[in-house]
Ligand binder design. Structure first.
Ligand code: FAD
Length: 511
């Protein structure tokens, strides 16, 4: 090993200080690594902020890796030390509760691998008979994967609503959107992973080889290893999208029609949309999707019912007959308000990248880099009507949270893989995603308290929900979250990251 540079000595001193011991650490950090370790206030500040802007924990240092070896060395040093330090891979830090932070540890700024890849971060292979796939660096953004694959007439099959997220970040959660009910979450559309474990081992794993690590990492909240490459399933891309919003004045008709659309049997099966989500429309909801000429009539409907529910569907196409399919789909629906179906025709890219348009507007208004007290939960189908009554009508409406963006749409259990670490509600075939996606520059606690009331309402009513992208204050809450999966999760941690080095910001093992 090379002699330690001043920055390495400083770095070691910080570790010693943090481990509350006067023993000197007998490690020396190779200069090629220390050159990429930053401890300046700018780097530290950036690594202690995320999209949530609620938790701000400072690391000792930030690694801007110039190769995978840098990350491996960083992990090895910690793993082999008697005073291991924590390490968090940071994608875009689009988490909302400090999940990509490492208090007094080291944050790895994954985006800096981009220059090391030198344009090889997204490689497309395969053919028509055996299928196409892309080998993608864990640091890459989904928008870049989309652009690269579209250039070849191909596309990944499963998405998130927003595409400026990293492959490693979404695969550590699940990656869900309106395609999930049909294609499964992003984690079920991965063929192979390269992972650097918490022991510093570099492993290529699949559903056939090193399977335990493969299933652990998918939905594994960064606990078992750092994803450095994922092989993502591709399919031929369509060119255009019919994008509809269909309005409902009551929850029962709304959810019945949503479930008709996702049904894998019955007459509507042939006209299943490619994408299905849902939202609440309330008095302060923006109406940008709808033509100006329709705003007044929509506002009257909202005023009349307090909450209007909307089904958002999309069908992908590249021939002229798509209108027929859309008409057939609408025919299978029973309960929407006559005259309240709105349609747009956009390119495939415009549709998938739709949230970015909102981002541009919000950034201009200074409303992007502000606190986001988000709550995402999965609610079993059998209790979704109770949830509507208790959470939407009683808590949101009565307390005047009518500016909240609220998503609500059903998913099918059969599209998830139980062997993976991601957690969904037990037993029922259908469960609903409900996302309360608030932003507040000056009063995030009010929204957070409301979210706590919603969770308490579920607990009191015996609604067996699961949080998605969630945070839990205690280990007991995590054990409760994982339920029957906890033992496996714990055993996998002991096997792949026994010193509990990775992703401390999730607060599962580092509380
Ligand atoms: P980060 O926030 O940087 O990291 C998240 C976690 O993963 C951390 O624990 C981190 O340590 C770990 N991690 C990061 N990279 C790696 C890696 N390479 N290997 C192992 N662990 C790693 N999610 C959905 O599912 N569907 C949506 O529709 C959706 N929409 C969103 C819209 C917006 C505007 C935002 C801000 C977020 C949205 N998300 C959505 C949430 C998003 O999936 C998570 O924030 C996710 O963590 C991805 O963000 P990231 O890439 O910035 O990861």
């Amino acid at each position: 090993m090379a002699t330690s540079s001043p920055i390495a000595i400083y770095f070691i001193a910080l570790f010693v200080a943090s481990s509350i011991t006067s023993t000197m650490l007998a490690i020396s950090v190779p200069p090629e690594l220390t050159d990429n370790l930053h401890t300046d206030p700018g780097a530290i500040k950036l690594a202690s902020i995320d999209y949530g802007r609620i938790i701000k924990e400072k690391p000792f240092a930030v690694l801007y890796p110039s190769s995978l070896d840098d990350i491996r060395t960083l992990i090895n040093l910690s793993y082999s030390s008697s005073f291991p330090y924590t390490i968090a891979a940071k994608g875009q830090a689009h988490s909302t509760w400090g999940q990509a932070q490492a208090n007094k540890g080291v944050v790895v700024q994954m985006s800096s691998l981009n220059s090391f890849r030198n344009g090889t971060g997204i490689l497309i292979s395969g053919d028509r008979s055996s299928g196409f796939y892309a080998d993608v660096g864990g640091e890459q953004l989904w928008i870049d994967v989309l652009n690269a694959t579209l250039a070849r007439g191909l596309s990944p099959v499963s998405w998130t609503d927003y595409l400026y997220l990293t492959i490693g970040g979404t695969l550590s959660n699940a990656g869900i959107s309106g395609q999930t009910y049909r294609k499964g979450p992003q984690i079920t559309n991965v063929l192979e992973l390269d992972v650097l474990t918490g022991k510093g081992e570099f492993v290529t794993c699949t559903s056939q080889k090193d399977t335990e690590l493969f299933y652990a990492v998918l939905g594994g909240l960064g606990q078992f290893g750092i994803i450095t490459r994922a092989r993502i399933v591709l399919e031929p891309a369509k060119e255009r999208v019919k994008w509809l919003r269909i309005l409902y004045s009551d929850f029962s008709s709304f959810s019945t029609d949503q479930e008709t659309l996702i049904s894998t049997t019955g007459p509507s099966h042939k006209v299943m949309p490619d994408y299905l989500e849902g939202q609440l429309l309330m008095s302060q909801s923006p109406l940008v999707f709808y033509p100006q000429s329709q705003h007044q009539k929509i506002t009257s409907l909202v005023n009349q019912y307090g909450i209007v529910y909307l089904i958002e569907v999309a069908t992908y196409y590249d021939n002229k007959n798509e209108d027929k399919r859309v008409k057939q789909m609408l025919k299978s629906l029973k309960g929407f308000v006559h005259g309240f179906v709105f349609e747009k025709d956009v390119t495939y890219l415009e549709f998938l990248n739709r949230v970015h348009d909102e981002e541009i507007v919000l950034r201009k208004k200074g409303l992007w880099d502000i606190p986001h007290p988000w709550l995402n939960i999965f609610i079993p189908r059998s209790r979704i009507t109770d949830f509507d009554n208790g959470a939407f009508r009683n808590i949101l409406l009565k307390r005047n949270f009518t500016s909240s963006t609220v998503l609500v749409y059903p998913l099918l259990r059969s599209k998830w893989d139980e062997r993976m670490s991601a957690v969904i509600p037990d037993e029922e075939d259908v469960f609903y995603v409900v996302g309360f996606l608030d932003a507040s520059a000056d009063d995030w606690e009010t929204f957070d308290n409301r979210n706590k009331d919603i969770l308490q309402f579920c607990v009191n009513g015996g609604i067996k929900f699961k949080q998605y992208l969630g945070h839990h204050a205690t280990k007991e809450e995590w054990i409760n979250h994982f339920g029957s999966k906890w033992n496996t999760f714990q055993q996998r941690k002991a096997r792949f990251d026994p010193k509990m080095i990775l992703s401390p910001g999730q607060r599962i093992f580092n509380n």
